[in-house]
Design a binder for this molecule. Structure first.
Ligand code: ZN
Length: 379
């Protein structure tokens, strides 16, 4: 009997400790026990969206995403507390998803009673029931008052973080950012994994369509230049040089006009669509800046011979990136500015033209017969 009392006392003490506000698993502020939460525009389905894995920022695309804009408006309208601290930012900050327009800062100070109460209601509603509402909104994680809660580690509850005493940071999955979640659409969708990196060491190439499969293989840089990578928010002479080449106002600041011009140039030349002045873009913009190419010094017929020997047994097609594509670009006789190792639309058009003149099916896919046809044509 006595032993049982001791055990019960120990259990009670344990429970008491768990309820203590000093422990790591506790929320950032006392959360509302029955939160008001947000009301969506549609009837919710019985299913709940899958919990997003952590999809860190990998591209530089500071556009306010529609799902984030909608949540921002709904939160401010529902609670009428605090103000917006903004969505998208330049790409010189850290990993926050703000550079992809899929994070929002809600300025609600822990020192302000009514702002703190609004945050407590929102965070309670978002995280309760293993984050069901977070999943419905495509919220990936929230940070407030030195604590972080993430949907991909929901079982661990609130974990220790830092700062954020004057705002709630809300990061979204790509589905959440695009507004493609059941809270807005009434439908549960597959996870959207977002952009892919094509050349390692560069930013991800932005797409307007969701990605549900894995990324195509990436490649190391095949062309290097004397010019450094520059992204939105950077300043200096290198940015000014690009502005001259792109024909935009020379401000020496990577501003919105420069960003638009870089994207337009990349679209026109079908360079991986990063919106960043990266090595593939510089190599195309400024041929004289090229300092090294993985494949250089090959004549057209030497490139064909190399391709026949090494790539006859494989296929090379649209969106492939790497050395094989670079040999193909030389073999096709593309101008130096278009030899970037990325199977772009310029390369595709050249392949189809070659297939047409060789009497092959114009499917844009390069196999052994295409290499043989190029060899015959050059003879
Ligand atoms: Zn933030």
């Amino acid at each position: 009997m006595r032993r049982l009392v001791i055990v019960l006392a120990a259990l009670a003490m344990g429970a008491g400790l768990l309820a203590s506000p000093a422990l790591a698993g506790d929320p950032p502020v006392a959360l509302a026990s029955s939160p008001t939460g947000l009301r969506g525009p549609v009837a919710l389905p019985s299913g709940v969206d899958p919990a997003s894995p952590y999809l860190p920022q990998i591209s530089c695309s500071p556009i306010d995403m529609p799902g984030v804009v909608k949540l921002q408006a709904l939160v401010l309208k529902t609670y009428a507390e605090g103000r917006s601290g903004g969505i998208s930012r330049g790409c010189t900050d850290g990993l926050s998803e703000h550079s992809e327009g899929r994070a929002w800062d809600w300025m609600v100070d822990v020192g302000d009673r009514s702002e703190k109460a609004a945050a407590a209601d929102f965070l309670s509603w978002v995280t309760r029931n293993d984050g069901r509402n977070a999943r419905r909104l495509g919220i990936m994680y929230v940070i407030y008052n030195k604590k972080i809660w993430s949907v991909y580690r929901a079982g661990e509850g609130w974990r220790t973080s830092s700062g954020h005493t004057d705002h709630v940071h809300v990061s979204f999955s790509w589905n959440g950012a695009r507004g493609n979640t059941s809270f807005w659409t009434g439908k549960v969708g597959a996870i959207d994994y977002g952009p892919c990196v094509r050349f390692t060491g560069t930013y991800g190439a932005r797409t307007s369509t969701p990605r549900t499969g894995s990324c195509p293989p990436s490649s190391g840089l095949l062309v290097k230049t004397s010019l450094g990578d520059r992204q939105y928010g950077r300043t200096g002479d290198t940015v000014a040089k690009a502005q001259v080449l792109l024909g935009v106002t020379k401000t020496s600041r990577f501003d919105a006009a420069t960003w638009s011009a870089v994207k337009k140039y990349q679209r026109a030349h079908d360079i991986p669509y990063t919106g960043v002045l990266d090595q593939p873009t510089w190599a195309s913009l400024s041929r004289s800046s090229v300092t090294s190419r993985v494949v250089s010094g090959y004549t057209r017929s030497e490139a064909v011979a190399y391709g026949l020997e090494h790539y006859s047994g494989s296929t090379i097609k649209r969106t492939n990136v790497g050395k094989a594509t670079m040999f193909l670009q030389i073999a096709l006789g593309l101008p130096a500015a278009d030899r970037n190792g990325f199977f772009d639309t310029v390369t595709l058009a050249a392949v189809k033209k070659m297939q047409e003149s060789a009497g092959l099916t114009q499917d844009g896919v390069v196999r052994g017969e295409e290499w043989r046809a190029m060899a015959v044509a050059l003879r």
